[in-house]
Design a protein around this ligand. Structure first.
Ligand code: SF4
Length: 414
């Protein structure tokens, strides 16, 4: 696999202004405890401090991504960075990567991990064409690591103190070597913790450079409350600059804080809202059905429609007639509307000039919205595809709705 870092905002400082990245919070658990981490919040290795993401199931994450792509088509990178560690939640992580890769074969996939449990997944990540891995390595000396990590859980066994640090560092360095052999681009993060590893991070930089890491990103320790390190001071900007300067001779440095833009794409769309979405795959409904007498205006009652015109909107925003579909015979009560739902199963909405409450209920049950409106078909169809305010569309089209919105003869909704 060839490392590609040119359009990746986590690896390339210039690209962050042109390309968007989105985090999918599908990995709640963590398999280690860093003494600078308050687990009320997302993993600070690749997320802004103090943020708590609502966890999404893989299908919800895909829907979240779909919505974000509709809002921000310049998204080029999908990252799984927590809220815990992706490989403490391998099933959800791999399922999400698989779903995203299937639907967006061109997108750049990226994972951020503490490195403890990534090793067995490297071949799968390569098969899914995950391009970038970020691993946080704060120490290569277990004595120093033992001050940073409270515990490590590996294969259902708990390790503490020196044993925890030894195991974690061993797994991290093995994984880094193997990732580079497999052709991944790898960014290493190191948290600068004054009085703990502020000198040692230079040795860490030298070691990860030797193993082929592509770039190093120093993150200053950020003091949140209720952490083991809550009495430690944060490093000064000068300390960070001096460390960057000392290590830049053997490994390229990333100097921007990803935090400033990491969640930029998510500002318009809250994962919490997406968490309310159903976990099942939603039915794909690319069309809108219209009831019209002559094919120009929406001017026919649902119960009087003998056929429906099916419209879509292309990428240029043009409304196009796809086909016309015959409506089921009148009569037959609920069965008639079930049949219509089947005929229009790829339509999200039916636009009619009137409709009785009973058929609306049946069609709603099948996931099809019935909108009573009158006006020029193309204007209204495009407005609905673009998510324009329905009341405004109704106002513009000068609808004269009655209390039931039913303007037909009242005889044909059976
Ligand atoms: S890896 Fe460390 S910082 Fe990240 S969630 Fe786990 S304990 Fe917190």
């Amino acid at each position: 696999m060839k490392p590609v870092i040119a359009n990746h905002s986590s690896f390339n400082e210039a690209s962050r202004h042109q390309f968007g990245r989105i985090h999918l919070p599908v990995a709640p658990k963590c398999n280690i405890q860093c003494n600078y981490c308050n687990r009320q919040y997302d993993c600070v290795h690749e997320n802004p401090p103090g943020i708590t993401s609502r966890v999404l199931a893989p299908q919800q994450a895909l829907q979240y991504l779909d919505q974000a792509m509709a809002l921000s088509p310049h998204i080029t990178t999908v990252a799984i960075t927590g809220p815990g560690d992706p490989f403490a939640n391998p099933d959800a992580t791999m399922e999400t990567l698989r779903l995203v890769r299937e639907k967006y074969p061109w997108i750049s996939l990226c994972i951020a991990t503490n490195g403890l449990a990534i090793l067995p997944w490297i071949d799968t990540l390569a098969a899914l064409q995950v391009n970038h891995v970020t691993m946080t390595i704060n120490a290569v000396d277990p004595e120093i690591g033992a001050e940073i990590y409270a515990w490590v859980q590996y294969k259902k066994k708990m390790y503490r103190d020196l044993n925890a640090a030894k195991l974690l560092i061993k797994k991290q360095l093995e994984a880094l070597k193997r990732l580079k052999e497999a052709g991944f681009s790898v960014k290493v993060n190191s948290i600068i913790i004054p009085g703990i590893n502020d000198i040692h991070v230079i040795t860490v930089a030298s070691k990860v450079a030797e193993l082929g890491a592509d770039i190093l990103h120093y993150l200053p320790f950020y003091n949140t409350k209720e952490i083991v390190f809550e009495n430690l001071t944060e490093p000064s900007a000068e300390m960070v600059r001096e460390i960057q300067h000392a290590t830049s001779k053997f490994i390229p440095q990333m100097k921007h804080y990803l935090w400033s833009m990491a969640h930029a794409e998510e500002m318009q769309l809250k994962p919490a809202e997406t968490a309310a979405l159903p976990e099942k795959t939603p039915v794909y409904r690319p069309y809108i059905a219209v009831s019209s007498l002559e094919g120009v205006m929406i001017n026919q009652h649902l119960g009087e429609s003998e056929r429906f015109l099916i419209y879509t909107m292309d990428a240029t925003g043009k409304c196009t007639l796809v086909n016309a579909r015959k409506a089921p015979q009148a009569g037959g009560g609920e069965q008639r509307w079930n049949e219509l739902a089947e005929t229009l199963s790829d339509c999200r909405t039916i636009l009619v000039s009137g409709a009785g409450e009973a058929p609306k209920k049946v069609l709603n049950r099948h996931g099809i919205e019935v909108i009573v409106i009158e006006g020029v078909i193309k204007e209204i169809v495009v407005g609905i595809f673009l998510g324009q305010d329905l009341q405004e569309l109704i106002r513009k089209s000068q609808i004269h709705a009655g209390s039931s919105n039913c303007r037909g003869t009242g005889k044909k909704c059976g």
